[in-house]
Design a protein. Structure first.
Length: 337
């Protein structure tokens, strides 16, 4: 196994986490992360980072989806409880989901089973914020701030001997001729690299503000959220299906500010750090699959890990572990493809 060469395409939260997991499985392998964008140029840096899978998050089966999420929660929670947890940007947070009309909005079949606490909000709690809140839940979960977690992960990867290269890949199959396995964590880039028509951008815009007095998260109707992270609070948001627009839109900024301030008036006057836009790499079923194919007269081996939509931070560790198992299967040559 000593001379195994693996390329990981993508340096967002999926690529970084997968590369570090691969080092645990293949201690002597040469592993390289190749990406055209790193750190704050990735979608991953836009995310609030809260562990909250939506009802539209699907793996190939309900059992596998649940395992990805459970493994992810345990991974982050174990890290959080070490002295490194805070350097990696992992914290525990609690807060509220409110809805004025939709009881479904405050339920979550995954979180109800995985989080240490998930309960209905009391009548008193429904009156905590202005608004006519009829339904509510209070829960405790985790938050992973990518601007800490990705540099922490990549530092560990490099300290273990991993390499980084900046390059735009035109063909995964061409690349696979130079490696034993290529692991594709290219997010929305997979739409083009794999000609995958199921990949759709879901545009999101947020405002990062300084408001250290906010320690609790709040979700309201219509994509309204206020999420305190390690050193900033994320205000959101919007979900624009099939939009490729990466520009900050003033109309969206005003709407986000207005809806968050009406939910939590103490936000008025909070200092704005940044406006950010990201394209969630959405696929109806997240793709974590192996592929063996013939290219240029040779057999090439790939494992895909992309399409996490609005839940890539949430599911990064679980899908990365699953992806590493597929790489192991390929490497041992017992693939059942
Ligand atoms: C507003 C907003 C809020 C969000 N909030 C949350 C949240 O609270 N919780 C949560 O779990 N998720 C959240 N998300 C979703 C999360 O950000 C994504 O699911 C996650 O970032 C996807 O990670 P990724 O590594 O797949 O993609 P990216 O971060 O986009 O990384 C893709 C990588 O692939 C590389 N790449 C692509 N194509 C090529 C190519 N041809 N050659 C070389 N490199 C290539 C890129 O350069 C990049 O390095 C949010 C997203 C948005 C937009």
């Amino acid at each position: 196994m000593n001379d195994l060469k693996i390329a990981v395409v993508g340096a967002g939260i999926i690529g970084a986490t997968t590369a570090l997991e691969l080092q645990k499985c293949f201690r002597n392998a040469h592993i390289e992360i190749i990406a055209d964008q790193f750190y704050d140029d990735t979608t991953s840096y836009v995310a609030a980072g809260v562990f909250r899978p939506g009802s539209g998050f699907f793996g190939p089966t309900e059992d596998i989806t649940y395992k990805w999420l459970k493994d992810s929660y345990e991974y982050y929670d174990t890290l959080r409880k070490t002295p490194e947890g805070i350097n990696a940007g992992v914290i525990e947070i609690s807060g509220y989901l409110f809805s004025s009309q939709y009881p479904e909005n405050v339920k979550n079949r995954f979180l109800e089973n995985i989080c240490p606490l998930y309960r209905p909000a009391t009548n008193e709690e429904l009156n905590l914020c202005p608004g006519n809140w009829k339904y509510g839940s209070f829960f405790t979960t985790l938050l992973t701030q990518s601007s800490y977690y990705i540099p922490w992960t990549i530092r560990k990867f490099q300290n273990n001997g991993g390499k980084l290269s900046r390059s735009k890949i035109e063909s995964l199959y061409q690349l696979a001729l130079s490696y034993d396995v290529v692991v594709n964590c290219s997010g929305l880039g997979a739409k083009f690299l794999c000609n995958d028509h199921k990949m759709v951008p879901i545009r999101g815009q947020v405002i990062k503000v300084r408001a250290p007095w906010i320690k609790t998260f709040f979700y309201g109707d219509f994509d309204t959220y206020i999420i305190p992270g390690v050193d900033s609070v994320t205000l959101g948001g919007c979900r624009h299906y099939d939009s490729w627009d990466l520009n900050v839109n003033n109309y969206d900024s005003n709407k986000i500010k207005e809806q968050c301030e009406s939910l939590l008036p103490s936000l008025r006057g909070a200092e704005i750090i940044a406006h950010k836009v990201g394209l969630r790499p959405y696929r109806n079923i997240v793709r974590v699959e192996k592929e063996i194919t013939n290219f240029d007269g040779r057999r090439v081996k790939l494992v895909h890990n992309y399409g996490h939509g609005g839940y890539g931070v949430t599911a990064a560790p679980g899908t990365s572990m699953y992806c590493c198992n597929l790489v192991q299967e390929l490497w041992k040559g017992n693939s059942k493809l």
